[in-house]
Ligand binder design. Sequence first.
Ligand SMILES: NC(=O)c1ccc[n+]([C@@H]2O[C@H](COP(=O)([O-])OP(=O)(O)OC[C@H]3O[C@@H](n4cnc5c(N)ncnc54)[C@H](OP(=O)(O)O)[C@@H]3O)[C@@H](O)[C@H]2O)c1
Length: 221
Amino acid sequence: MTTAIIGVGNIGSTVARHLVGGGESVVLAARDESRAKVLAKELGPLARAASVEDAIAGADTVILALWLDQMRELISQQAARLADKVVVDPSNPIAFDEKGQITRTLPDDQSAGSVVAASLPSGAHYVKAFGTLSADTLASVAHREPKRAVLFYAAADDDAATTIERLIRASGFDPLKVGGVADAGRIEAPSGDLHQFALNNGEPVDLDQAQAAVPPSRPTS
Ligand SMILES: NC(=O)c1ccc[n+]([C@@H]2O[C@H](COP(=O)([O-])OP(=O)(O)OC[C@H]3O[C@@H](n4cnc5c(N)ncnc54)[C@H](OP(=O)(O)O)[C@@H]3O)[C@@H](O)[C@H]2O)c1
């Protein structure tokens, strides 16, 4: 099982470190391939660098660690290669204005997840994950003791859910499904009710706290 990580910025490099730490093999791709090579070398034998095309082609799962606009462009360029993959989307529909304030880049009633899922080729298995905590928090709270922190996810189907649960556990977190694509907005900044910014004063929740926030009566697919 190999996971491609496209984009080795804040989220991509953090997830790559966590996955390799958990024994997963990763193939890293960046616009500037030398950046992927440097990170792969640092991470050791479970990591290698490749072009975007080769990374996607050689992986079972593809994490698109890109900004939403970059992701949409890449999906349109790589659609054929993504057709049978689990595709992981950590994006939030946000940008920063000139004062550094967060602004929303999509209408209030539209999630980044719904946009990305709709842009994928049929046969791809969409999952929203790895974007519910800030990159700094994601880096620092893996393998938290005594209670692991939760990473919420929203998956379009069982293949996506099974895969992301494995990757979240390998990364040192407990996974919890919030639902399907229609629920992705709940775990997106700036307005999702289950995003780090909205829950527990920013302190990542454990599984008991997370389950209380996602009532079992809520539809989950
Ligand atoms: N940062 C956070 O705290 C955080 C938290 C939760 C979710 N997220 C989400 O995670 C996503 C990534 O955020 P980030 O902070 O990791 O961004 P980032 O640090 O800017 O990293 C994005 C990376 O993608 C690369 N890239 C762009 N287009 C590419 C392409 N076509 N092929 C390969 N690589 C490409 C960029 O390379 P260049 O530099 O060469 O353009 C950059 O290294 C965003 O959607 C964001 O909303 C971020």
